[in-house]
Write a protein that binds this ligand. Structure first.
Ligand code: ASP
Length: 320
């Protein structure tokens, strides 16, 4: 009896804390309550809070995705989304966005569009009002204008380009950097959807399209499995169909976090850059579990449910 109780004491001092921390770890990996919204970067929390309010009020998930991302575009958060985002090598912003719904695998996308205030709305209109999935450049702008979407007049765009050239803002440093709002939702009926929007890589060549508007690269949603979104150096995501890969890894049974990590390991294993990829992923699954991973930086992402909205961090993946 005495032996047992001293064993019990040893167990409680040595093993219980481990068990408890394991449980805490499991808890952080466990399913969240739904609806659930997960997005990239600390500014994603602004979008999440808008999206979750919509979902709680019973608005359609695509409205929630669009409304959240529109706010980031409006604020040009981080100087890397929307018209106030990073200009290209010629001094003006060309924007990329896409949206995808789980049911029916419907999707719409715009790439390298100029002077449109809300590319995410243009992407949704492509999905809902055309028989196409993706429009680019001038055609995307023409379509957005034909839909009555908010825009900057061509003259203002030209003036902006001139001002950029004239006042010497062309220094490389000002053009560098990039970020994306990628936002994933699981609604109260366990349907998934997502969207993303960015001004892309600062200083990019005019016409450059990144991963964000490309389905399976910057965003992928699969009603049977879940959804994944990307941010970072688009070239290192789009050569590997990053978010499609993550969704497939989840389909094979991996937890969203493990799927994001595995995708980075796979890409690093075949890419000459190794882990110096500058890419980050987020993912959610149909059970309401979520996760994120980053190749070579500490990555903050935003997680929001009805009761809680917070910024979480993942450390860079441990290199294999
Ligand atoms: N993925 C975006 C692009 O390459 C930028 C970013 O998310 O940092 O266009």
């Amino acid at each position: 009896m005495k032996l047992q109780s001293s064993r019990a004491a040893r167990l409680s001092t040595a093993v219980l804390p481990l068990l408890l921390s394991a449980c805490a770890g499991l808890h952080s990996e466990a399913a969240e309550s739904i609806p659930l919204v997960v997005s990239t970067w600390p500014f994603g929390k602004i979008a999440n809070d808008i999206a979750i309010a919509d979902l709680i009020e019973g608005r359609p998930r695509l409205d929630a995705v669009e409304a959240g991302i529109r706010e980031i575009e409006r604020q040009s958060c981080d100087g890397s989304v929307g018209l106030g985002g990073r200009p290209n090598a010629a001094g003006y912003a060309q924007l990329d966005a896409c949206i995808m719904d789980g049911p029916g695998a419907r999707a719409g996308s715009v790439a390298a569009v100029e002077g449109i205030v809300h590319p995410i709305t243009a992407a949704r209109r492509v999905m809902e009002n055309t028989k196409h999935v993706m429009l680019t450049g001038e055609g995307a702008r023409w379509f957005a204008l034909s839909q009555g979407l908010e825009s900057v007049p061509v003259e203002d765009l030209e003036a902006k380009k001139r001002a950029w050239r004239d006042n010497g803002n062309g220094a490389e440093g000002k053009r560098e950097g990039h970020d994306t709002i990628a936002l994933l939702v699981l609604d109260g009926d366990r349907h998934v959807a997502g969207g993303c929007s960015t001004s892309g890589a600062g200083g990019k060549l005019p016409g450059r399209v990144g991963d964000s508007p490309i389905l399976g690269s910057g965003l992928y949603v699969d009603e049977a499995v879940g959804a994944a979104g990307a941010t970072g150096r688009g070239e290192n995501v789009m050569r590997h169909c990053g978010t499609f890969l993550i969704v497939e890894l989840m389909r094979s049974g991996l937890h969203p976090r493990a799927a994001c990590e595995e995708a980075i390991h796979r890409i690093a294993s075949k890419d000459p850059l190794g882990y110096r990829l500058d890419i980050c992923f987020i993912a959610i699954d149909k059970q309401g579990r979520f996760g994120a991973a980053a190749s070579n930086q500490r990555f903050p992402f935003a997680v929001t449910t009805a009761g809680r909205s917070e910024i979480r961090y993942v450390e860079p993946v441990r290199q294999r």
